[in-house]
Design a protein around this ligand. Structure first.
Ligand SMILES: NC(=O)c1ccc[n+]([C@@H]2O[C@H](COP(=O)([O-])OP(=O)(O)OC[C@H]3O[C@@H](n4cnc5c(N)ncnc54)[C@H](O)[C@@H]3O)[C@@H](O)[C@H]2O)c1
Ligand SMILES: [Zn+2]
Length: 467
């Protein structure tokens, strides 16, 4: 079996941050990419490297203390994405569209400037200002034909109630991944230019991951960057795509190939929107929730095992808790590695196999989360073949996915060759070496590595494909 050099362990304990700088810090290794040395799996305390940003976010709540009862509207839970002067809040809760003060919230910002004299250095406070999450007087809401009839009015009201100075334009795009393209993006720019939006305008994404990714990219590029707010309405978007600033569109030759890192001003998650989400879409989003437990948060995985029934039944408090905990995990990873120099890649557990399924089987046949679920089973199988995890983890992953009504194997039409040809052009291939996210050690630990016994990969592919 190959030794594990060029790998890094990625088991940052969620919500448990040790401040001791003497603790071994995998982040430094992660940020330095694959040249970092081996370190063994297992939970490690981390402190954020200085200079990248301040506090680790998230209002941690002990997992099992969380009540899972009826819908409770009121003050939102806030998870902070900590990115220095680009930090932003994620508001999570029921009835948030009825709380216009959240979008219209005044944000206080200080501008501090250091001035140096010959004799001594001193600090000068240059100014402070108040701004709202909604900047300027013009807002454009980007949504689609499915979501507009359900939520557009509510969102327009939340943007304008008590604030008549704001005028709201909207653009309703066709629904579907196949419209996540340049032609559809142009419709957003057409509307923005026709409406004479200026640099002080705000773009609001109202919808799932497709709308969020496209609107974010439009905001990043319109007039070289305007204010942007995410209002995600699918589980997938609420636990994953709306957080972290990855935006973009597809190219006919590949998914998400054109885009930008562009962080929103805030993310508003009204969990009531999930009431109208089809069951299959709900389960697809839960695949990403399960992923967080597997790669870095064993306690959360255990909570999911006990509460999956409630999640599928859309128990509002269970969903709110799963969304919050997922956002905390994603926010923490992103705050350490915003531009995916290493650590952020771990969020792609199962995605290399999953992407091969999406491409090989045809986009739109399986939802993203469904392909990721089958991909995670394959990554877990390979981890077990390498001797990196014990059989109990394999069983638990299978059980939870079956419980969630997600696939635990790729479509029967997938062949070893189909997997290999798509995996060969995966973004994680470096110098001809396919790097994978694999589990290693106790539950909640993973590695991102190209150093593994090739036979294990071949055996996994053979085990899951008929030919
Ligand atoms: N930026 C990132 O970091 C990131 C991460 C993960 C996924 N993504 C992207 O996200 C996209 C997938 O997102 P998705 O799963 O949300 O798909 P989606 O945006 O296509 O939404 C799924 C379907 O649900 C409908 N819908 C959305 N909200 C609804 C609601 N509340 N009620 C009823 N119907 C509703 C949509 O109109 C659509 O038909 C992909 O393009 C993927 O590349 C991006
Ligand atoms: Zn994903």
């Amino acid at each position: 079996m190959a030794s594990i050099s060029n790998a890094f362990s990625l088991s940052l304990p969620c919500n448990r941050i040790a401040n001791s700088s003497s603790d071994f810090n995998p982040i430094t290794s992660a940020l330095s990419g694959l040249d970092s040395g081996e370190f063994s799996p297992g939970r490690v305390a981390v402190s954020k490297p200085s200079g990248i940003g301040g506090r680790i976010c998230a209002n941690a709540t002990p997992v099992m203390d969380q009540p899972v009862g009826e819908k409770s509207s009121g003050a939102p839970t806030i998870v902070e994405v900590d990115l220095g002067n680009r930090s932003y809040p994620i508001y999570i809760g029921s009835g948030l569209f009825d709380q216009p003060e959240l979008l219209q919230k005044l944000v206080y910002s200080l501008r501090l400037v250091f001035r140096f004299s010959q004799r001594s250095s001193y600090l000068v406070l240059m100014g402070c200002s108040f701004d709202r999450h909604v900047h300027g007087k013009k807002v454009i809401v980007v949504t689609n034909t499915t979501i507009a009839p359900l939520y557009l009015d509510k969102v327009v009201e939340a943007l304008t109630k008590g604030n008549t100075a704001v005028s709201v334009e909207y653009v309703i795009l066709p629904d579907g991944e196949k419209f996540k393209d340049m032609d559809t993006l142009m419709k957003v720019f057409d509307k923005a230019i026709e409406s004479r939006l200026d640099r002080r305008c705000t773009f609001v994404a109202l919808g799932g991951g497709v709308i969020g990714d496209m609107c974010g990219f439009a905001a990043a590029s319109f007039l070289r960057g305007v204010n942007f707010i995410q209002i995600p309405t699918t589980v997938m978007a609420q636990v994953d795509s709306s957080v972290g600033g990855k935006t973009g569109i597809n190219h006919p030759l590949g998914k998400n190939l054109i885009g930008a890192f562009y962080q929103p001003q805030c993310v508003l998650i009204d969990t009531d929107t999930l009431d109208t989400l089809p069951d299959r879409e709900l389960a697809s989003g839960l695949a990403e929730v399960i992923k967080y437990g597997l790669i870095r948060d064993a306690e959360f995985f255990e909570w999911q095992e006990k509460n999956m029934e409630k999640l599928i039944a859309r128990n509002p408090n269970a969903l709110a808790y799963a969304i919050k905990r997922s956002c905390e995990n994603k926010a923490e990873v992103v705050s350490f590695d915003e531009k995916e120099s290493g650590l952020r890649a771990t969020l792609n557990l199962g995605h290399t196999f999953g992407h091969a399924i999406e491409t090989g089987f045809g986009y739109g046949q399986w939802l993203h989360g469904e392909a990721v679920a089958a991909g995670m089973v394959m990554a877990v199988d390979m981890s077990y073949r390498l001797g990196w995890i014990d059989s109990s983890i394999v069983k638990r992953v299978d059980d939870i996915l079956l419980h969630t009504k997600l696939p635990t194997a790729p479509p029967e039409t997938m062949t070893v060759e189909m997997f290999k040809s798509v995996m060969a052009v995966d973004k994680k291939v470096a110098d001809g070496l396919l790097r994978l996210i694999l589990l290693k050690g106790p539950l909640g630990n993973c590695v991102f590595t190209g150093e593994y016994d090739r036979k294990a990969l071949d055996d996994t592919l053979s085990a899951f494909c008929k030919s």
